[in-house]
Design a binder for this molecule. Structure first.
Ligand SMILES: NC(=O)C1=CN([C@@H]2O[C@H](COP(=O)(O)OP(=O)(O)OC[C@H]3O[C@@H](n4cnc5c(N)ncnc54)[C@H](OP(=O)(O)O)[C@@H]3O)[C@@H](O)[C@H]2O)C=CC1
Ligand SMILES: O=C(CO)COP(=O)(O)O
Length: 308
C-alpha cells in the first residue's frame, strides 16, 4: 500500500482469498488486516498470480514459516529479472535457515533482498513517519529498492548486509517476548533495559557467526526494532511475553507471534554454532515448557560474571 501511495504506478497486492479482493473493491479497505485504514485508490488487488510476471519488485509479506511454500507456489510466475524482497522477520523453523537462503533455493537466479526494521503495518499504512532498511547483496540494488519504495512518510535506508538485517528482525522478536515476560512478571523497567542491552550483544554474536556485520544490529533492524517492540503494546510478541510473564509458563497463542518460532530455531542454531545466547535460550525453554519464568530468571542471574 505504501508503494502505491508513494506514486509507484501499477502496484498490485496479490491476495490468497477472493473475499479480501471483493471487500477491497467495495470498501477501499482490507479490514481483516488493517481495520479502518483507507488504502490508496491507485492500489490494485487480485488473486491471479500471473500478474507477477510483469513485476520488477516482488515483496514477500507472508509469515516466515509460509515463505518457502509461497515461493514454491509462485516461482513459475515471477520474472527472471525481478527483485524479490522478504518482509518477514524470522528463520525457517525446520531447517534453521535464513529466509534469504530459503528464497534463493526456491527462486533460482532471482535477486533476493530483505526489508526490515521498526514499523508497525498500521503505522506505515496510515502514513505515520517510519524509517526502515532494505538490504541486497549488491548495494546498488539496495539503493534502487530504497528509492523505488520510499516516500514522504516512509524512508528506507539501503544496506548490503542481508544477514545482519534479517537476523536483527528475527531476533528482536525473541527479545520482545523476553521484555514482555519481564513486564508481565512485574520485574521492573531496569530489568527491561538490561535485557535490551544484553539482548543486543546476543544478536551481534549470532550475526557474526552467520557471516554478517555485528554492527548492523545497532541500527534500525536490531536496536531500532527492539526499542519499538520491547516497549509498545501494539507488538504481538510483547503482548505474548506479557501473558507468559503473568501466567509463569506457556500456553496457546491466537495471533502470529514470530518470536515464538524464532526462539527455538535460534536457540538450536546457536547451540550448534557454539554461540552464547542465554536470553534466547531462556525464552525458548519457557515457550517449550522446559522451564518456568522463576527458574529461568534464577539461572540468568546466577551465570558466571564476565566482562561486558
Ligand atoms: N504486522 C506488522 O506490523 C509487521 C509484520 N512484519 C512481518 O511480516 C510478516 C507477516 O506478518 P503479518 O502481515 O502481520 O502476518 P499475517 O498473519 O497478517 O499474514 C500476512 C499475510 O500472509 C498471508 N499468508 C499466510 N500464509 C500464507 C501462505 N502459506 N501463502 C501465501 N500467503 C500466506 C495471509 O493471507 P490470509 O489473509 O489469506 O491468511 C496474510 O494476508 C511477519 O514475518 C512479521 O514479522 C514486519 C513488520 C511489521
Ligand atoms: O515487527 C514489527 C514492527 O516492527 C511488528 O511486531 P509484532 O510482530 O511483535 O507485532
Amino acid at each position: 500500500a505504501v508503494a502505491a501511495a508513494n506514486g509507484n504506478p501499477g502496484v498490485i497486492l496479490l491476495a490468497r482469498r477472493e473475499s479480501v479482493v471483493e471487500a477491497f473493491s467495495e470498501t477501499g479497505r482490507n479490514d481483516d488486516a488493517l481495520p479502518g485504514i483507507e488504502l490508496p485508490q491507485t492500489l490494485k488487488m487480485t488473486v491471479d498470480p500471473t500478474v507477477l510476471s510483469g513485476a520488477a519488485i516482488v515483496l514477500f509479506a507472508m509469515p516466515s514459516q509460509a515463505q518457502q511454500e509461497a515461493a514454491r507456489a509462485l516461482s513459475a510466475f515471477i520474472g527472471k529479472d525481478a527483485d524479490v524482497v522478504t518482509c518477514a522477520k524470522g528463520m525457517e523453523r525446520a531447517s534453521g535457515r535464513m529466509l534469504t537462503d530459503v528464497l534463493e533455493a526456491e527462486l533460482h537466479h532471482r535477486r533476493i533482498g530483505v526489508l526490515s526494521g521498526p514499523g508497525f503495518a498500521s503505522d506505515i499504512a496510515r502514513g505515520l513517519p517510519t524509517a526502515m532498511v532494505v538490504a541486497a547483496a549488491d548495494i546498488d540494488r539496495a539503493s534502487f529498492l530504497a528509492g523505488a519504495l520510499s516516500g514522504k512518510t516512509f524512508r528506507l535506508y539501503p544496506s548490503s548486509d542481508r544477514t545482519g538485517v534479517q537476523l536483527g528482525g528475527a531476533l528482536k522478536n525473541v527479545l520482545a517476548i523476553a521484555c514482555g515476560i519481564v513486564e508481565g512478571a512485574g520485574l521492573g523497567e531496569s530489568a527491561r533495559a538490561a535485557l535490551i542491552a544484553r539482548g543486543l550483544a546476543e544478536m551481534s554474536r549470532f550475526v557474526l557467526a552467520h557471516g554478517g556485520d555485528p554492527d548492523t544490529v545497532r541500527g534500525l533492524s536490531g536496536l531500532g526494532d527492539l526499542v519499538l517492540t520491547a516497549t509498545s503494546h501494539q507488538s504481538r510478541n510483547l503482548r505474548f511475553g506479557v501473558a507468559l510473564g503473568q501466567r509463569g509458563s506457556a500456553s496457546g497463542r491466537a495471533e502470529l507471534v514470530e518470536g515464538a518460532f524464532a526462539a527455538s530455531v535460534a536457540a538450536r542454531v546457536a547451540d550448534g554454532l557454539g554461540v552464547d545466547m542465554p536470553i534466547t535460550q531462556a525464552v525458548a525453554a519457557i515457550i517449550d515448557g522446559k522451564t518456568d519464568v522463576t527458574t529461568a530468571l534464577d539461572q540468568l542471574m546466577s551465570r558466571p560474571m564476565t566482562r561486558e
